[in-house]
Design a protein around this ligand. Structure first.
Ligand code: PLP
Length: 418
C-alpha cells in the first residue's frame, strides 16, 4: 500500500468537493440515502479503503460498500453497549444459531442445529482452517481462477500447492472448464469453491452444481464452499453447494454478514456442516489460533437477520442499478472493454487487454484517472498471474454520482491513450 502511495504523482484534486456532503452529524451517515455520500466521513483514518491512496483518488478496490449500515443494526449496537461486554457464549450464541438455522434453510441447508455451526472471527480464518485440516503440506488444493486472493494465500501460506483451474470466458459468462477441473482433481483431496464467485460475479446454477457434486463424489474430494456473497444477487436463484445430501458429509460451508450488510469491521463468520465430526476436525485444526467472535458482532448479525431485510432489499436494488449503469456506460464509452455482468456481488471483472497500457493497467488508472481498482493478477498465484494481466476488478458499491465520476475519469484517460 505504501508502494502504491509512493508511485502516485500529483494529480487533480477533484474528489474533495465533488460529492462531499460537508461535515454532517454522525447519525446521518447511516441513512438510507445512497446517492449522497459523506466522503469526508468515509475518509476517516480508520478506513482501509479510503486511506490507502491519495485523497483525490476514487477508491474502487477493496470489497466494502460506501453506504452506511442498516439503521436497525445501529440501534441494536447502541443498545448493546448499555450492557456488559464480557465473553459471549463461546459454544455459539443460541439466538443467532436459531436464526441462522432458518436463514440457511432458504438456500437448501436444512436441518442444521447448534452442533453443525461454529462461529469464527471472519470468513477468511475458516478458509485457512479448512485448508489446514483437510489437506497436508505439499498436496495440491484445487480452486478455480481468477479467485478471491485469500483462497490461494490460504494454500501457499500453509505450504500446499495451488492447483488452479482457469474459468473459461464463454458466450454468456464465465464457465467451468470441466475437463481441466477433473484432471486437477485427480491428485487432490480438497476443492475450494467460491459461490457466488468473486471476482467474476457468477452464481453457479443448478446444472453446474449438479455436475460439480458428481465430480467431487467421483474424485472423493472434500469441499470448502465460501458463500459469503449469496445475499447480494440480482435475480439469480441460489442453492448452496451442500444442499444435496450426497455431498453433505464432505462439505464445509462458510458465510457471514459482512458483504451483504457492510460490516467487515465487526468481524464474524460461521462455518457450517451437516457432518459435525468434520466440522470439529476443521475447528480443532485452528485451535486457539482462531480467537472468538465479538459480542458486538453477534448483536450486529442478530439484528441483520431479524430486521435488516428491507435495508438489504433496497441496497441490492441500488447496486443492481449501478451494475446496469456500468454496463451501459462501458458499451457506450468503452466498447472495447470485455465483460459479463455480475449475477451477484458488487464487483465487476473487466477485461482491458485490448488497451495499449494493458501491461500496467492498474498503475495507469491510478496515475492517469486517479481511480484505484484491484489489479487482475492479484486473483491468481505464481505462474497463473500473467493470464490476468490487463484485467481489473472494480467495486461499484458506491453512489451513482461517484461511480459516474470514476467512469468518466477512466474513459477519458483510457481513450486518450488508445
Ligand atoms: C469470497 C470472500 N470470502 C471472504 C471474504 C472476507 O471475509 P471476512 O472479512 O469475513 O474474513 C471476502 C471479502 O471480500 C470474500 O469476497
Amino acid at each position: 500500500m505504501n508502494a502504491a502511495r509512493r508511485k502516485l504523482t500529483p494529480g487533480p484534486r477533484m474528489l474533495g468537493h465533488m460529492t462531499d456532503a460537508g461535515s454532517r452529524p454522525a447519525d446521518t451517515l447511516h441513512t438510507a440515502d445512497r446517492d449522497t455520500l459523506d466522503t469526508a466521513a468515509l475518509r476517516h483514518p480508520d478506513s482501509l479503503k479510503w486511506t490507502a491512496f491519495d485523497p483525490d483518488v476514487i477508491p474502487m478496490w477493496v470489497a466494502d460498500m460506501d453506504f452506511g449500515i442498516a439503521p436497525p443494526i445501529m440501534d441494536a449496537l447502541r443498545a448493546r453497549l448499555d450492557r456488559s461486554l464480557g465473553y459471549p457464549q463461546l459454544m455459539g450464541d443460541p439466538i443467532l444459531q436459531a436464526q441462522l438455522s432458518q436463514s440457511l434453510a432458504r438456500y437448501g441447508l436444512s436441518g442444521l442445529g447448534a452442533e453443525h455451526m461454529t462461529f469464527l472471527p471472519g470468513v477468511v480464518p475458516g478458509i485457512y482452517a479448512a485448508v489446514h485440516a483437510l489437506s497436508t503440506p505439499g498436496e495440491p488444493v484445487v480452486t478455480m481462477t481468477p479467485v478471491y486472493h485469500p483462497f490461494h494465500l490460504a494454500i501457499t501460506d500453509q505450504d500446499r500447492r495451488v492447483s488452479g483451474v482457469p474459468l473459461r470466458d464463454g458466450d454468456s459468462g464465465y464457465e467451468i472448464n470441466w475437463s481441466a477441473l477433473d484432471a486437477a482433481s485427480r491428485g487432490s483431496r480438497l476443492l475450494l469453491l467460491c459461490h457466488p464467485h468473486n471476482p467474476t460475479g457468477r452464481v453457479w446454477n443448478a446444472q453446474e452444481l449438479g455436475k460439480l457434486r458428481d465430480l467431487v463424489l467421483a474424485r472423493d474430494l472434500f469441499v470448502m464452499s465460501d458463500e459469503l456473497h449469496a445475499d447480494l444477487r440480482y435475480g439469480e436463484a441460489f442453492e448452496s453447494f451442500a444442499a444435496d445430501p450426497r455431498v453433505q458429509s464432505r462439505t464445509i460451508t462458510l458465510t457471514g454478514p459482512c458483504k451483504a450488510f457492510n460490516t467487515a469491521g465487526l468481524g464474524i463468520g460461521v462455518m457450517v456442516s451437516h457432518n459435525a465430526a468434520l466440522l470439529s476436525r476443521v475447528r480443532r485444526a485452528a485451535g486457539g489460533l482462531m480467537g472468538h467472535e465479538s459480542a458486538l458482532s453477534i448483536t450486529m448479525w442478530q439484528a441483520a437477520l431479524r430486521d435488516g431485510g428491507p435495508w438489504l432489499a433496497d441496497t441490492v436494488a441500488y447496486l443492481r442499478g449501478n451494475r446496469d449503469f456500468l454496463s451501459d456506460y462501458l458499451r457506450q464509452h468503452l466498447p472495447w472493454v470485455k465483460f459479463h455482468e455480475a449475477q451477484a456481488t458488487y464487483l465487476a471483472w473487466l477485461d482491458l487487454r485490448a488497451h495499449p497500457r494493458a501491461a500496467d493497467i492498474q498503475a495507469f488508472l491510478l496515475q492517469e484517472a486517479r481511480v484505484a481498482v484491484h489489479d487482475g493478477p492479484v486473483f491468481a498465484h505464481d505462474s497463473h498471474k500473467s493470464q490476468y494481466q490487463g484485467f481489473i476488478r472494480l467495486n461499484f458499491a458506491t453512489s451513482r454520482t461517484l461511480l459516474t465520476e470514476a467512469l468518466d475519469r477512466m474513459a477519458a484517460a483510457l481513450n486518450r491513450a488508445m
